[in-house]
Design a protein around this ligand. Structure first.
Ligand code: DX5
Ligand code: ZN
Length: 220
């Protein structure tokens, strides 16, 4: 099975996106962390920036919304034509309704869970999403350590997804390195967000290849 590598531009040089995007030409997706300084204690970029990225790169944009009111904001990102829009379960009272809306507009719909959010309530509705993101750090900042105690969530989701026969991607985000990616792949992840381990590398192309090989050796 193939592993998808989604470098997070949160760890890129914000003054040089053009050259930073060239450094990750080997990536499958580009992970874009939208933060509003309310849902998380950090502020990044919003829709105009994502619209511009959408114009300048042919790579699929994997937008991760860490904002307080996804019901209000998420559809705009789908309308911009991005590949996937992932919103947080903790920030909406109607995750299924919002996912349906995003899919109707034409983007993939993703559901993200913070470390403190149990997966149990979401197993039964997993088929409403194209991808489910298990956070392996508290959202807000790059460069934090991988929380291996999140792996039971992936194991539970992998079982449900395999049983359903649906092609629902299981994504991990936070602290992914060539060591921790093995742990996440073994637990059932197939899509891996990596910020500092890719952009902090001298050779991001080699870093992506190393991550991919490590994951593919252990993926289900
Ligand atoms: C954290 C973000 C992550 C972050 C990951 O809130 O959602 O995407 O960029 O960065 P690393 O890979 O450095 O942990
Ligand atoms: Zn993210």
């Amino acid at each position: 099975m193939t592993a998808r590598i989604s470098p997070s531009i949160l760890s890129a040089d914000f003054a040089n996106f053009d050259s930073e995007l060239q450094r990750i030409a080997a990536a499958d997706l580009i992970h874009v962390d939208v933060m509003d300084n309310h849902f998380v204690p950090n502020l990044t970029f919003g829709l105009p920036m994502v619209q511009r990225l959408q114009q300048v790169t042919p790579k699929p944009l994997d937008v991760h919304l860490m904002l307080e009111d996804p019901d209000r904001w998420a559809p705009g990102y789908a309308e911009a034509g991005v590949f996937s829009v992932t919103f947080h379960a903790e920030a909406t009272g109607d995750a299924v309704g919002l996912a349906r809306k995003l899919r109707d507009i034409g983007s993939r719909a993703g559901l993200a869970l913070k470390p403190g959010t149990p997966v149990a309530d979401y197993l039964e509705i997993a088929d409403e999403f194209d991808q489910i993101l298990i956070m392996t750090v508290e959202p807000g900042f790059g460069g934090q350590s991988f929380m291996a105690n999140m792996m039971p969530k992936l194991v539970a989701l992998r079982e449900v997804v395999d049983r359903s026969g649906l092609d629902i991607w299981l994504q991990v985000d936070g602290g992914i390195t060539e060591e921790t990616i093995v742990v996440a792949a073994e637990a059932g992840a197939d899509t891996f967000v990596a910020g500092s381990s890719v952009f902090g590398a001298e050779n991001p192309t080699a870093a992506i290849a190393t991550l991919r090989a490590a994951a593919e050796a252990h993926i289900h």
